[in-house]
Design a protein around this ligand. Structure first.
Ligand SMILES: [Zn+2]
Ligand SMILES: [Zn+2]
Length: 81
């Protein structure tokens, strides 16, 4: 969605770290994905319905966390042995 990328701004911190800022509310986050999720959830009201139950989450990250906690279907987080 172009409305998302058009509201994403790069900001450079004092130590040279590149951060991402939401142009709609000036919130600054550390990663592009976090900012995308922030804009989708906070400003566009994009929701992510869980495929396992009736719950609807406000971000991809929250949905992933919800599935991991409630349905235990995510295996890619297992530590390598
Ligand atoms: Zn924002
Ligand atoms: Zn669920």
């Amino acid at each position: 969605m172009e409305i998302i990328t058009s509201n994403m701004r790069n900001v450079v911190a004092d130590d040279g770290t590149v951060l991402w800022q939401c142009a709609l509310c000036q919130k600054i986050v550390k990663s592009k994905n976090h900012l995308r999720e922030h804009i989708e959830g906070q400003h566009l009201n994009v929701t992510y319905p869980c495929s396992e139950c009736d719950k609807t989450l406000c971000s991809r990250g929250a949905l992933r966390m919800h599935i991991h906690r409630n349905h235990k279907k995510v295996n890619c987080l297992s530590p390598t042995l």
